[in-house]
Structures are given as C-alpha cells and as structure tokens.
Write a protein that binds this ligand. Structure first.
Ligand code: NAD
Length: 473
C-alpha cells in the first residue's frame, strides 16, 4: 500500500510550503468575498455532497474494499448512510440554527437588547484518519460547510483508494474556490499545519494530536481533537446473554474488525461469569464468521503491514502466551487476524496498556463491577465506555461514576448515530465534539451583539466621580 502511494506521489508535484500558502490565500480570498456565508451557498454545497454520495455508492464501497476489505454492508451502514443522514439533518435544521438568538439583557446595560449572532470561523483544515475514511473525512466537512467556512480536507494516506476518490469527487461536485482536498502524508500535512487556519479539526492518534495542537498554538488557532483510547465494556451477569454476545461481536469485530475508535477495547466482568460469556461469544462468533474466520468476507482485513505487525506484537508478547482462549489465527499475506479472546492478560502486558485498535479482545475478571467503575478514574479517560446489565442501580452508578467521551448501556457504538448527542472525547480521548448541531457549533463563532439607543442616558456613570456618585454604589 505505502509503496503504491509513494509511487503515485512521486509522479505528482510535491505539495510543500509554497503550495500550502497559495492554497490558503485562495480560500481566504473566497471567504472574504462573503460567498460561503450565505444560506444558499451552504445549502447548495450540502446538496452537492449528498448527490456525490448518492451517485457514487459503488465506487465508495469499492474504495473501502480496496483499502480495508471492508464488507459492503459495513461500508454502507457506518459510512455512506451516516454521511447521507448527516447532510440531510443539516439541510433540515440549518436555517433555524443560523438565526440569531435573542437573549435577555443586564440591568447595567439597561435599556438595551441583545442577541447571539453566529458567524463562520473562516478557513478551516480537516485532517482525517484511515479507519472510516469516507465518514471521518466528510462528516467534519459537512459541519464546516454548514457553518459557512471554506475548508481544506486532508484524508489519510493509509487508505489511499478512498483518499484519491475523495479528491476526485470533491473536485467534480464541490465549489473548488472554497472546498479543496490535499492528499498526502506527513510532509504534506506538515506544510498545511504551518499555515494560519481559523480552526483545525483532527481525527487520529494522540501523538499526532499533540503535533497538531503545537502547530495550532503558533497562530492561536482553535483545535478539535477526535482521538481514541481503551474503551472498556463492563458486562454484568444480569443480562440477556445471547443478545449481549451478538452485540459485543458486532461492536468489536463488526466494526472494521476492531479498527474503530469506539470499538470495545476490553471486557470487564465478574470472575464467576467469564466462562459463560466466553462460551456465548464463541458460539455466536462461529455463527457469524464460520469455523475459519480468516476467509470470512464479513471481516475487514488489517489496514497495513505496519498495523498487522503492531497487533501481532501484542499477541506474541510472552506475558500473554497462556491467556489466549479463542482465535489467534493470522494470515500475514492477506493481512487477516481472526477474532481473538484473551482471559486475564497480566496488567503489565502490552495489550493491557496500549489502545488495541484491532480484533483482539482481552477479558479482565474482577470481584465487583461497581468497584471497577471507580478503578477507571485512575486511568486515562476513554472515548466511550459501555455497560451491559438489567440492573437499574448498576446503570445509575455507571452514569454517575464513569467519565468518558460518551456512555452507552446495552449496546456498542450506536450513540454516535444520534445527531442530538455530542460525539467527542475528554482528556486523553480528545477535546471538542461534533455531530448534528455540535458540528455546526464547532465551526461557528458565537458573536455577542448588544444594541443600545441614546435615550435613558445615566450621567452617574461619567466622571468626575464625585462623593455623591460614590455614595450611590
Ligand atoms: P492515521 O495514521 O490516518 O493518522 C491520522 C492523520 O494524521 C492522517 O491524515 C495522517 O496523515 C496524519 N498524520 C500522521 N502523522 C502525522 C504527523 N507526524 N504530522 C502531521 N500529521 C500526521 O490514523 P491513526 O492515527 O492511526 O488513527 C487511529 C487513531 O485514531 C486511534 O487512536 C483511534 O482511536 C483514533 N480515532 C479516533 C476517532 C474519533 O472519532 N475520535 C476516529 C477514528 C480514529
């Protein structure tokens, strides 16, 4: 994959500092012309994005298949359909969101009226990741356009087929004086990051998140960081075991074979329940993916040899050699790893200390789930945390005590499909959020506007500050 990308890159003109500067200059000229601010422009661009998606479903699923062997069902449900519903939601709500909000005024400013006027930030940069390369590229772009910004998208070079398809389709369908795609890897992204942006929206790992934040600090540019973490999944014994097993499998291996920021990283359950849960998972796994999951068409492959090596290193760690209770098979040529379950891997093993981001699922057994909610507070805050239970009190404790970007009870990942909920991390899993109204807000400045007239002028506020005026305080 990387060599194909390198070859293509060499054939093209290198995108460096000069090209980045002129790109931003061009977009800033468009933004200054006020074109992108109008309701009509925003609607026309959102409709174009929707049309692009409707017209090219087959090419999009083909690109995702080429980059990740992503099953067509998954590409449709988790990428194409979500992009479409995001466009449709914006189109439905935009007019109302753009209206100023009348607010109350203070006694100090009496008489006056006040409102919050929403204005676009300007020229924004979206840097996206490889695992949901269509959705994670376009969903922030939808927010940026809805809010009236000019935008540059830098898709991930690790998913080259989707990256070049996005460049081609956005070139054909969008207003290219305001919406651009720059393809590339670290040198191109570094050239872009040198520029002055009005917002940078980054999706990816925390190490690069820190590079983005440092680059943004030079220009005092606000940043949204959509990062990851080790999303825990707590499983109580008071559940419907079959439904739980099916949802866990879909929320781990059915999400790009575990290569998803919201996939369950590890399970936490009670000692006496672990065997029952493992048996149920094994049974349903075989029903879903057959007896040889390495040849299943319904499981994505690992994205690249580097990520394959990263994941097999977690499995080959001597510390977990006795802990694999299911799976473990791999096919290096086709970059496939079978759904793999580990039981009670040691706390100091690699797998228990890194975000897994792949088809390996450790199960940790504890004495009590309630106690383990509190243990989470000593760890970095994850993007999501999940609980399966019918126990009302346990649900309440979970919501009260567990801090994460988002929580979901009795399912996995579905919270991100609700446009009325913010999607984003906290602490190590990121900052700022998007989806629905939150996407509009993240690319919008809330301008405070106060209106005063000339009547009712109070002379007490003006110098000289006589003793009589002081007595009024
Ligand atoms: P990636 O390798 O595609 O990198 C993300 C982006 O950063 C790419 O566009 C890449 O070109 C750019 N980049 C890489 N190195 C860079 C550098 N040195 N300087 C500037 N830019 C650079 O994706 P990844 O980081 O492997 O993605 C996986 C991570 O992203 C996981 O931690 C996952 O949890 C997280 N993630 C989060 C979300 C979310 O919505 N919160 C979604 C998907 C992935």
């Amino acid at each position: 994959m990387a060599s194909e990308f390198e070859k293509k890159k060499k054939e093209e003109e290198v995108f460096g500092a000069e090209a980045a500067t002129s790109l931003v200059k061009e977009l800033r000229a468009t933004f200054t012309s006020q074109k992108t601010k109008s309701y009509e422009w925003r609607v026309s661009q959102l409709k174009s994005l929707l049309k692009l998606t409707n017209d090219h479903e087959k090419e999009i699923t083909d690109a995702l298949r080429s980059d990740l062997s992503k099953p067509v069902f998954e590409s449709y449900v988790y990428e194409i359909a979500l992009v479409k519903s995001s466009c449709e939601f914006m189109l439905k709500e935009l007019k109302h969101w753009m209206m100023p909000d009348k607010v109350k005024t203070s006694i100090a400013a009496f008489p006056s009226s006040a409102e919050i006027v929403r204005e676009p930030l300007g020229v924004v940069l979206v840097i996206s990741a490889w695992n949901y390369p269509f959705l994670l590229s376009l969903d922030p772009v939808i927010g940026a356009i809805a809010a009236g910004n000019a935008v540059v998208l830098k898709p991930s070079e690790i998913s080259p087929a989707t990256s070049s398809l996005l460049a081609k389709l956005l070139g054909e369908y969008m207003d290219n004086s305001a919406v651009k795609v720059v393809e590339g890897a670290v040198p191109e992204t570094s050239a872009l990051l040198e520029q002055k942006w009005d917002k940078i929206f980054y999706t990816g790992n925390g190490k690069v998140g820190r590079i983005v934040l440092a680059a943004a600090a030079k220009h005092l540019t606000p940043v949204a960081l959509e990062l990851g973490g080790k999303c825990p999944l707590f499983v109580d014994s008071n559940i419907n075991l079959k439904v739980t097993a099916r949802r866990i499998i879909t929320g781990k291996w059915g999400l790009n074979n575990g290569q998803a920021c919201v996939a369950a990283d590890h399970i936490i359950t009670t000692k006496d329940f672990a065997t029952k849960l493992i048996d149920a998972l094994k049974l349903e796994l075989e029903k879903f993916y057959g007896s040889d999951p390495l040849i299943s068409e319904d499981l994505s492959r690992i994205v690249s040899p580097n990520h394959f090596a990263r994941l097999t290193k977690l499995l080959d760690d001597d510390k977990v050699s006795g802990n694999i209770v299911h799976g473990g098979q791999r096919d290096e040529i086709n970059l496939k790893i079978a759904p793999t379950i580990l039981l009670d891997a040691p706390e100091d093993s690699l797998i228990m200390n890194e975000e897994i981001f792949g088809p390996l699922l450790p199960i940790v057994t504890v004495g009590s789930l309630e106690d383990s909610f509190n243990d989470m507070n000593s760890k970095e805050k994850p993007l999501a945390a999940y609980l399966f239970t019918n126990n009302k009190k346990l649900k309440e404790e979970f919501v009260k005590n567990v801090s994460a970007g988002g929580l979901l009870i009795n399912d996995i990942a579905l919270h991100l499909t609700n446009p009325y909920l913010p999607f984003g991390g906290v602490g190590e899993s990121g900052m700022d959020s998007y989806h629905g109204r939150f996407s509009f807000d993240t690319f919008t400045h809330k301008k405070a506007v106060l209106y005063r007239g000339f009547s009712g002028d109070v002379s007490a506020r003006y110098p000289p500050y006589t003793p009589r005026k002081l007595r009024l305080l």
